[in-house]
Design a protein around this ligand. Sequence first.
Ligand code: NAD
Ligand code: DAU
Length: 355
Amino acid sequence: MKRNIIITGGAGFIGSHVVRLFVNKYPEYKIINLDKLTYAGNLANLKDIEDKPNYRFVKMDICDFEGVLKLMQDEKVDGIIHLAAESHVDRSIKDPFTFAQTNVMGTLSLLQAAKAYWESLPEKYEGKRFYHISTDEVYGALQFDGTLFTETTKYNPHSPYSASKASSDHFVRAFHDTFGMPTIVTNCSNNYGPYQFPEKLIPLFINNIRHRKPLPVYGKGENVRDWLYVVDHARAIDVIFHSGKIAETYNIGGFNEWKNIDIIKVLINTVDRLLGRPEGEDMDLITYVTDRAGHDLRYAIDSTKLQRELGWEPSLQFEEGIEKTVRWYLDNQEWMDNVTSGDYLKYYEDMYDNR
Ligand code: NAD
Ligand code: DAU
């Protein structure tokens, strides 16, 4: 079956893996990557597929209602996979407005454009799908008591980032309940892997260890995150987009909890070993700094529903995934240098028109 799908935020970390998977796996589909190319969007993430005939990139803000509506009409879009967002918690503490604008208003604008286009068609919502990618952070924070976030855990966001994502999740569900839009929401745990912007823990620390720069550990390093290899998230998105039930929520995660300080030690040992340094030599780079404001203690996802109902499970064990990831960043220093210098922004600045 032919489908025309907009993937928003496809030039970002997770979005680029989703675009790559869909472009390669479904040559009969047209995949339209709609991305504003903020600091976090980088078309170098998609070099390997940019010339494929079933791929199109459109530089556009999700807040541009008219632009998105016209694009949907022109391309006869029947599916939206929505990843575009401001995604970094520390930035949301400094600048919450941008998070409300993109994550809340942008999602609402996208929903309105999809509603306007799909309701104008004779078949209306039949065969359509609006799939919103969200985060486990909307559920708040767990104690060290073995409990897990399930799909029915009450929303309790603490950061401006998670508050904005929670709000966007509510809007998506409201469009199902009010207008009958065929929506799906998924909430995933922390992703790691290639092409992640080096403001996030894992790529930032790999790069710092390589260059022997201090590793700023927030608080005591005892906060727990639940890590999933990004390609496994993309595989879950594929399964859920095609087989998930309308109006349902699915949690995505690999039952893989780590204390920050323990993961940091794994990173140091792995980078040292791969660079031929004595393992653990760089432990003295660990530098405890002031804690993040409102720092959530623990996240842990129960993905039993997804595994039981749709048969998805992670393909990689953490040890294998982290080894692959460290290798990738060490082998792709040019990508890292472009990103940290900001050169990638200048390069793509004038290359694309808005429409
Ligand atoms: P990212 O910051 O790497 O990428 C975000 C992308 O969205 C960038 O390409 C950026 O240019 C684009 N974008 C931002 N504002 C836009 C706008 N107004 N219009 C169009 N495009 C815009 O983010 P990520 O880590 O890949 O996260 C993608 C999605 O997955 C987000 O919705 C995030 O909340 C969610 N999520 C992320 C994680 C994680 O661990 N990274 C985990 C669970 C869920
Ligand atoms: O849980 C899913 C979320 O995971 C996503 O929704 C977010 O978009 C994504 O950014 C991520 O949020 P976190 O805040 O958990 O990720 P981050 O990489 O920023 O931090 C991971 C942990 O490491 C967190 O406990 C804070 C800590 N940390 C982070 C940085 C950048 C440090 O100790 N030092 C640092 O310099």
